[in-house]
Design a protein around this ligand. Structure first.
Ligand code: 13P
Ligand code: SF4
Length: 353
């Protein structure tokens, strides 16, 4: 007979399961991605253990809106888009930062909070954009366009950030590029965001030449403008909301294009009978939790990298991180990468304010 005491009492587990169930009750964006009370009872020991470990280790958990809602609402301290989470990483005083997102986000947190131990639950959580361009490839491109300002989207490796003049996110890309003194811009690694940037700058009457590399997001590059037109015919009054990683045709067919943070704000502030979210399903899950009165007609897609995060992996990364879960960066590279992100922070409030 085992002499081991259970970590949590049945009443603690009941209270936690009820808390989770109340939070996740309305999530229903993809078949099979729902949480009933039994599911919540099953995960309650894990969320209790993770929340206990957070205190013990002086840790904070940053969660991108695309990870599973049981992570965001079960154990997350901060939730949001790349810009917001980068700010949280920079301001964090915690000894340990767990980044439930993808590896480039963990790297960005380490660049901005070098004194913290930064861990990612799954080292395989890449990103088709970040993985599309190496620092060496960017050096070759830079040699071909020596007069260009080098602007990297935050979905890039630390090496690429270190080679860039300024980093941008989906929330500030248009304003930052418009404000740069150079006419010629080498924008990496998202070709489609670069095309959307070109269109937006033309619309604003800003004269820039945008040169891009050839990366795309495997989640956003497949949304189809013809399907948007069809959906509008089936759902009168539909509002279509897209991420700037979508194709220019999809962006043109949408009512609103913005970062995941801006998309959330748009839906919360817009009255419409239905919304079509052309982005990762995690964002729809968040909206179903936070605006349960709104209706979404489906169509979102799953990011296989974001979905590698799990409560079990977060627990293991907190309890005793394996070397592959810990982000390490050469200090010289980290400092160079930090310069491009600091430049983004300098330019963002000046423009927004
Ligand atoms: P956001 O910064 O808009 O959340 O975008 C991150 C991302 O990976 C989108 O695919
Ligand atoms: Fe990368 Fe696309 Fe996944 Fe975002 S959704 S992390 S851009 S692959």
């Amino acid at each position: 007979m085992s002499t081991e005491q259970p970590l949590f009492s049945p009443p603690q587990l009941d209270t936690e399961a009820e808390r989770l169930f109340r939070a996740l009750l309305h999530v229903d964006c993809e078949p099979g991605r729902t949480w009933n009370y039994e599911d919540c009872r099953r995960i309650a020991p894990l969320t209790l253990e993770i929340n206990r470990l957070k205190k013990e280790k002086d840790a904070v958990i940053l969660t991108h809106s695309y990870v599973e809602p049981e992570i965001i609402y079960g154990v997350g301290d901060f939730k949001g888009d790349s810009y917001f989470l980068s700010l949280q990483a920079r301001e964090s005083k915690a000894k340990v930062i767990v980044f439930a997102g993808v590896v480039f986000m963990g790297e960005t947190a380490k660049i901005l909070s070098p004194g913290a131990t930064v861990v990612v639950p799954d080292r395989g959580s890449g990103c088709s954009l970040a993985d599309s361009l190496t620092g060496d490839q960017l050096r070759t491109l830079k040699a071909a366009y020596p007069d260009a300002a080098v602007v990297c989207y935050i979905n890039s490796t630390a090496d690429v950030k270190a080679e860039s003049d300024v980093c941008v996110t989906s929330g500030n890309v248009y304003d930052i590029v418009a404000a740069l003194p150079q006419r010629r811009i080498l924008f990496v690694p998202d070709r489609l965001m670069g095309e959307n940037l070109r269109t937006e700058l033309q619309r604003r009457g800003v004269d820039k030449e945008i040169i891009t590399s050839d990366g795309t997001c495997i989640v956003h590059d497949v949304f189809d403008a013809a399907a948007v037109i069809e959906a509008r015919a089936r759902f009168p009054g539909l509002k279509v909301v897209a991420h700037p990683e979508c194709t220019p045709a999809v962006a043109a067919a949408a009512d609103f294009v913005g970062s995941t943070g801006a998309m959330m704000k748009y839906v919360k502030n817009t009255v419409a009978p239905y919304f079509l979210m052309l982005t990762e399903c995690g964002l729809v899950g968040r909206l179903q939790v936070e605006t349960p009165e709104k209706h979404f007609i489906g169509g979102c897609r799953l990011c296989p990298y974001m979905k590698l995060n799990s409560l079990e992996k977060i627990r293991d990364a907190l309890a005793a991180p394996r070397p592959d879960q810990i982000i390490t960066l050469d200090e010289n590279l980290r400092r160079r990468a930090q310069r491009s992100i600091d430049r983004m922070f300098e330019l963002t409030p000046a423009i927004k304010g």
